[in-house]
Design a binder for this molecule. Structure first.
Ligand code: HEC
Ligand code: HEC
Length: 389
């Protein structure tokens, strides 16, 4: 039986308004200090909390050894995904350390709802990361500095001493009060809140793709892009919109190309993932490692092998693809949906509960696959800017 899908736009209107209000708070702070971080975006329209978040986001002194910031793996030039496409996963600050998963875009992550069971469908929705294990941007932000294969501070105390040494440490007190850096708990809380505020600004959520312009009636799609959109939405063809919604919400909000549900698509293992070779204290299972995804988070074997539907906004910039980066090209991703069950694909990383209802044998012609790829290319932000060049 075909799994029903929740409606096109999943954010309750009230919380969306909340986000808009937060995004609207970008009013310029009088006396906003000059930009200190390298390769920053414009900072003039940020308030003091957002500006502190921006400085932290780009600060390479916060890793151990120094040299890695959030932006190393989430570069604004790549929609805040990892610009290094040579590996399926990110390198840690410590040479030779690698994570187990492909990076996610931070663009539009501000819209991810908390992990919850949808009562009508009885399926899990929301949560940050591929496996939904964290609920808010603030909770998420404190993890990379303390993760051994990311920014790799030994412990909270080492990280706190780094924060205290920042040339702009005084700003923590300006924004969060005189005790902001007094102890690790308060410091981490402030660090998370500042980063969350920055990630909610419209630098991360610009809705400036060609497709957005098309939805606003400002441009039209080419013939090939239009065919791609139709195939993307057609339940009897690509059926992609079943999980990657493409229509405006009833309130006019633009789609995020994810319903934040979870699925096991039967994605194969990626033998090129360097995580397989990590020492036993990081990867006890060695080459036998299987990523259980949501199943690990909710401790329910029925959810094993399922990963959160990623947004397709800026997907041209975010390769390689899937939780383990196994596919390098968008064409390969669509080809996989098309012929997973009829073509010579390797076996799934986790073979139980693979979704067989909505994909696997779509019977798309090669040109139709290319049309869908052409449509996905319209989802890259900054379209207008490029037009003017
Ligand atoms: C070494 C590379 C690396 C660094 C450094 C890093 N990240 Fe990430 N980030 C990742 C990877 C990989 C994932 C996906 C991991 C997963 O799902 O388990 C991710 C996921 C995220 C997500 C979740 C997005 C979503 O769709 O659920 C956010 C938000 C995020 N990172 C923000 C940050 C912030 C803020 C910092 C700095 C404090 C940071 N990251 C530092 C690699 C990195
Ligand atoms: C049943 C839900 C579902 C349907 C239908 C679906 N997808 Fe997905 N999509 C997912 C999930 C879940 C993932 C992540 C899977 C993983 O990493 O194991 C994903 C990942 C992707 C990615 C990789 C994005 C990234 O950043 O790594 C692309 C591209 C994509 N889908 C495009 C499509 C297209 C095109 C179609 C239609 C031909 C489609 N999807 C149909 C659920 C779905």
């Amino acid at each position: 039986m075909k799994k029903k899908r929740p409606g096109y736009f999943m954010i309750p209107f009230a919380s969306f308004l909340g986000i808009l209000v937060l995004m609207g708070l970008n009013c310029a702070e009088p006396g906003s200090p000059p930009a200190e971080a390298a390769h920053s975006e414009t900072s003039s329209d940020l308030n003091a909390k957002e500006e502190l978040g921006r400085l932290l986001f780009f600060d390479e002194s916060l890793s151990s050894p120094p040299g890695q910031s959030c932006a190393t793996c989430h570069d604004p030039k790549a929609a805040f995904a990892n610009p290094d496409k040579s590996l399926p996963v990110s390198k840690g600050a410590i040479p030779g350390f690698y994570g187990k998963r492909n990076d996610l875009v931070v663009s539009y992550a501000a819209f991810i709802p908390k992990l919850h069971k949808d009562p009508s469908e009885n399926i899990w929705i929301g949560g940050m990361f591929w496996d939904g294990r964290v609920n808010t941007l603030a909770e998420q932000a404190v993890l990379p500095p303390l993760t051994s294969f990311e920014m790799a501070n030994r412990d909270r105390a080492e990280f706190l001493s780094k924060l205290r040494k920042l040339s702009y440490a005084g700003r923590f007190k300006d924004v969060f009060g005189p005790e902001a850096l007094d102890d690790t708990d308060r410091a981490l809380e402030s660090f998370g809140a500042a980063l969350e505020a920055f990630q909610r600004t419209d630098q991360f959520n610009p809705f400036s793709s060609k497709y957005d312009a098309y939805l606003r009636g400002e441009t039209s799609l080419t013939e090939q892009e239009s065919r791609g959109l139709a195939l993307f939405e057609d339940e009897k063809k690509g059926n992609c919109a079943a999980c990657h919604p493409s229509r405006k919400g009833e309130d006019g909000t633009h789609p995020l190309f994810t319903d934040w549900s979870y699925d096991n698509l039967g994605v194969p293992k990626n033998p090129e993932n360097p995580f397989y070779l990590m020492p036993a204290d990081i990867n006890p299972q060695g080459k036998g490692f299987v990523d259980l995804g949501l199943g690990d988070t909710v401790k329910d074997p029925a959810e094993n092998g399922k990963f959160r539907v990623p947004t397709l906004r800026n997907v041209t910039l975010t390769g390689p693809y899937m939780h383990n980066g196994v596919f390098k090209e968008l064409f390969t991703v669509v080809a996989f949906y098309n012929t997973r069950d009829s073509g010579p694909w390797p076996p799934p990383e986790y073979a139980q509960n693979v979704n067989k209802d909505e994909m696997g044998d779509l019977k798309l012609m090669n040109e139709e696959t290319e049309d869908i790829v052409a449509f996905m290319k319209t989802l890259e932000d900054g379209w207008k800017k490029e037009e003017k060049k």
